[in-house]
Design a protein around this ligand. Structure first.
Ligand code: SF4
Length: 362
């Protein structure tokens, strides 16, 4: 697709939505097809259901049982890697600048393409380190695949627009097959180069995806293309930096999370995320039904849970004195969130949506 500022954004959004829909709704067929393609190209493929699975598989695959130098380029390194003497963590900068070497690089792919059996890595810090290790562990969330290469192009185009307001290409690295690492011969005096195949281990990571998929409402959250827009407009995330709206919605598929009731503390149901999501994840709808589920499971009758899980009450809380007292009581101690809502001109809940759904009030 030609990159131009005159593109019809609605058209691109529709195409991206269709692309996500066609993969997610047919994941049962597409995922095995992707695995077959990867294995046909000599990638090593593993399935990991949970983080514990993922970590123990990686430990099993370490080339050295006693000591490994590992460079991580992932958002959060699991604790197990810190609590062991078998692993020494090397930073991307150390590896790239030649200050240290590593035998494994752990990173994650942002997308996989079923049609071509390719792994797509976006904006990675470690982009210059692939030829510096002999083993690369790549984690891929099983919801982050597209059926065709042309669909990937649409999604990248849209992500770029949502992140930068320009149709600028992201820093894309596509891995189509394991590659050779070329280095100067280690034999002293020999001015030759040696090559060695870099082993690429791909971890197809479930982490709740199949659970979410089995929930007819929640599965919409899997359409996410990772543009980050919902995060940027979320007042709670901007304050706490803990849960983006999409992470919050997905995390609640785990029973422990529902029982902890974190959802009540991590959203204000302002509806900002609903407004901006390019693939129409219905956040307010999902959050309210998750709150209802959470409240029921926890048998929680506290004021906060009651108000947030009931649509009629939410409506009332958006108005006049109710609004004032509610804000004082719930957010009085949190000046930033309190001020955010106090200064908002209109209703702070997604009233339009609430009104449309009032007949369904429980
Ligand atoms: S859920 Fe958030 S990150 Fe995902 S596509 Fe929608 S706005 Fe972007």
């Amino acid at each position: 697709m030609e990159i131009s500022q005159n593109v019809d954004l609605e058209f691109i959004k529709t195409r991206a939505y269709i692309a996500r829909h066609s993969y997610i709704e047919d994941m049962g067929n597409q995922l095995p097809a992707f695995e077959k393609k990867l294995m046909g190209k000599n990638f090593k493929v593993y399935w990991a259901s949970t983080q514990d699975d993922l970590v123990s598989m990686m430990f099993e695959l370490f080339p050295n049982k006693l000591y490994n130098r590992i460079c991580f380029d992932i958002p959060k390194i699991p604790e197990n890697f810190s609590n062991t003497k078998v692993v020494q963590k090397i930073s991307v900068a150390e590896l790239e600048n030649g200050q240290a070497n590593a035998n494994i690089l752990v990173t994650q792919a942002d997308f996989g393409v079923v049609e071509t059996g390719s792994l797509v890595l976006l904006n990675k810090n470690c982009k210059n380190c692939f030829n510096l290790v002999t083993n690369i562990f790549i984690i891929l969330d099983i919801s982050k695949l597209v059926n065709k290469l042309s669909e990937l192009e649409t999604i990248l185009y849209l992500r770029s627009f949502y992140q930068t307001e320009k149709f600028l290409p992201e820093d894309v690295k596509i891995i189509n097959r394991p590659f050779m690492r070329i280095e100067k011969s280690k034999i002293v005096g020999l001015d030759e180069f040696e090559s060695q195949e870099v082993q690429i281990h791909v971890f197809l990571y479930d982490n709740g995806v199949t659970k979410i998929l089995s929930d007819s409402k929640l599965r919409n959250s899997l359409y996410c293309i990772g543009c980050g827009k919902c995060k940027s407009v979320c007042p709670v995330y901007n304050y706490t930096k803990e849960h983006s709206p999409i992470d919050l919605v997905k995390a609640n598929c785990f029973e422990e999370e529902r029982l902890a009731g974190n959802i009540f503390k991590s959203t204000l149901l302002c509806g900002n995320c609903d407004q901006v999501c390019p693939v129409q994840v219905p956040f307010t709808d999902l959050l309210i039904s998750e709150m209802q589920m959470s409240r029921k499971e926890r048998k929680d009758n506290s004021g906060h849970a009651k108000v947030f899980a009931k649509r009629k009450k939410l409506n009332k809380m958006s108005k006049g004195l109710n609004r004032y007292f509610f804000l004082k009581k719930q957010y009085g101690a949190n000046r930033m969130l309190y001020n955010y809502f106090k200064n908002q001109k209109g209703a702070f809940y997604n009233l339009k949506w609430l009104q449309e759904h009032q007949e369904n009030e429980q």
